[in-house]
Design a binder for this molecule. Structure first.
Ligand code: HEM
Ligand SMILES: Nc1nc2c(c(=O)[nH]1)N[C@H]1C(S)=C(S)[C@@H](COP(=O)(O)O)O[C@H]1N2
Ligand SMILES: [Mo]
Length: 347
């Protein structure tokens, strides 16, 4: 091994190790959130970046191990939360890899990805505390050539390992090889009865009397009109689209319904469309996207099931499942921009 490379691979100081690991964790966290937000193939890179960041953390284990071994000799009040943090990182990484390869797809009846995300969310406050409790002040030398080269080396090694894992999964024909670019697994496509049903947090399927239900369509000036279910089914068209839930599954169907732009031909002055559910769940779309949206009354030639949004649900191709509002009762043009909302629903 050339001397320069050997020098690079020599464990760095504790502070450089800690800072590198912190950067890798922050990258994994940010790209993880990005991975569950993305629904279009253009966002594939963020899912790949997430896998690479996760593997980089694994590569840092030997270096961090040295730091931990030294730290454990000193007893301190902060030890147990730190141990818990370490355990949560290990769980997050192991479950993430189990899910991505398809080796472990569910844990205790939960979708593996859900467990992965829950562990990652639980470790976030601990990580924050961990760094606040022992602040590592960045120094100018942290950006030295050696440190940057080392970071580049770890990043490249992680990328190569990610590719190797990806190839191995394909060669071994593990379930992970059949995933979509978002990392999700297929369930019940073109078979509405076999398709899953879920809610974002704790919404429950409402009981809706189709004879009394109306869709209210409101314009910018507050004027509105109402449509019955029969009004909507009279103008049905078909759209093939994939519902891809952030809990790690997707399902493809032919959705029957009315294009939103047929109901709202004129968006002059508006920036967004608020799509509201009987349950109070709501989400705002940019008006530039209305042409791609469908309000479905049926799926694969059958009426929608209550659990899947009967009588009316939104179909939002290239958006993740949480945008596909179920039990829609109101469409409202607004001047507020579409980004003027939490990045994920809060209801
Ligand atoms: C510091 C925290 C995290 C670590 C260390 C981590 C690590 C990992 C690892 C190692 C994988 C397997 C990747 C592969 O081999 O392709 C993975 C997959 C995944 N993780 Fe995370 N993750 C973290 C946080 C999150 C968060 C916060 C989210 C979402 C909110 C998330 C969402 C995902 C998704 C969607 C996948 C499957 C996609 C893929 O295969 O890359 N992760 N994670
Ligand atoms: N009103 C309402 N619509 C909703 C949700 C919800 O909780 N309430 N959950 C969303 C999420 S997270 C997903 S993945 C899809 C699930 O649709 P499905 O039950 O037909 O599979 O509905 C979306 N629409
Ligand atoms: Mo979802």
């Amino acid at each position: 091994m050339p001397g320069a490379l050997r020098k690079l691979l020599r464990p760095p100081s504790a502070r450089v190790t800690n800072l590198t690991l912190l950067v890798a964790l922050l990258l994994a966290f940010a790209t993880g959130v990005g991975a569950v937000a993305t629904g279009s193939p253009r966002g594939r890179w963020i899912v790949v970046a997430h896998g690479i960041a996760g593997i980089a953390i694994v590569l840092l284990v030997p270096w961090k191990g040295r730091v931990v071994r030294h730290g454990m000799h000193r007893s301190g009040a902060g030890r147990w939360p730190s141990v818990l943090l370490g355990v949560l990182v290990v769980i997050t990484v192991v479950v993430g890899l189990g899910y991505a390869t398809g080796v472990v797809r569910s844990i205790a009846g939960q979708y593996g990805l859900w467990v992965h995300v829950a562990a990652a969310l639980a470790l976030a406050p601990l990580l924050l505390w961990h760094v606040v409790a022992r602040p590592v002040k960045p120094r100018k030398t942290d950006l030295s050539r050696r440190v940057l080269l080392r970071a580049g080396l770890i990043g490249s090694a992680a990328a190569v390992l990610w590719l190797a894992v990806d190839r191995a999964v394909r060669l071994a024909e593990l379930p992970g090889a059949r995933r979509r670019f978002t990392g999700s697994y297929e369930i019940g496509s073109f078979q509405p009865a076999a398709a899953p049903s879920t809610t974002w947090l704790d919404d429950t399927t409402p009981t809706i009397d189709p004879a009394r239900w109306r869709l209210t369509v409101a314009d910018l000036s507050g004027h509105s009109h109402e449509l019955t279910l029969a009004d909507l089914t009279a103008h049905s068209t078909r759209l093939r689209a994939t519902l891809d839930c952030t809990s790690g599954w997707f399902t493809e169907h032919d959705w029957d319904g009315v294009p939103v732009s047929d109901l709202i031909p004129d968006t002059t002055g508006a920036n967004s469309l608020l799509v509201h559910s009987v349950t109070g769940y709501q989400i705002r779309f940019p008006v530039t996207e209305l042409d791609s949206l469908l309000l479905a009354t049926g799926v694969d030639g059958q009426p929608l099931a209550a659990r899947n949004g009967y009588p009316l649900r939104l179909v939002a191709p290239r958006r993740r499942g949480f945008w596909w509002v179920k039990w829609v009762d109101r469409l409202e043009l607004q001047t507020a921009p579409a980004w003027w909302q939490p990045p994920f629903p809060v209801t």
